[in-house]
Design a protein around this ligand. Structure first.
Ligand SMILES: [Zn+2]
Length: 124
């Protein structure tokens, strides 16, 4: 399910994946805000892509309630243009780097440090 609400807000996605409380969360989808689309279509496209990748298992690489500043700093060194690290369009091209590619199944080669980036709210 995709909901695009009028106005501004912080977009998010809920993945119906393994380990999720299926009584509490029974719907998989994304919530986006049209304010971003009107104000900056490129930013909206980046946010849309970021949230969609969550539905396929991508992790946030910026600091959140479940992701640490240390991991964000390391991701900034290793994957500075990864769309799961940032969604602004003014600092160079965004891409799906190899960690995110591994998470969503585009890259089959797991590297030793990938698991270190696992957010605290993601079960194996
Ligand atoms: Zn995210």
């Amino acid at each position: 399910m995709l909901i695009i609400a009028k106005g501004n807000g912080r977009s998010y996605a809920i993945r119906y994946g393994s380990g999720i409380n299926k009584k509490k969360y029974f719907l998989e989808g994304m919530m986006l805000y049209s304010g971003n689309l009107v104000y900056n279509p490129n930013h909206f496209a980046a946010v849309y892509s970021h949230e969609l990748l969550h539905l396929y298992g991508a992790w946030d690489l910026y600091a959140t309630y479940a992701q640490t500043i240390d991991r964000q700093a390391r991701a900034t060194e290793l994957y500075p243009n990864d769309i799961m690290l940032r969604v602004d369009q003014n600092q160079g091209p965004l891409k799906v780097d190899k960690l995110t590619a591994w998470l969503i199944g585009w890259n089959q080669t797991e590297e030793e440090h990938f698991e270190w980036f696992r957010p605290s709210d993601y079960n194996k």
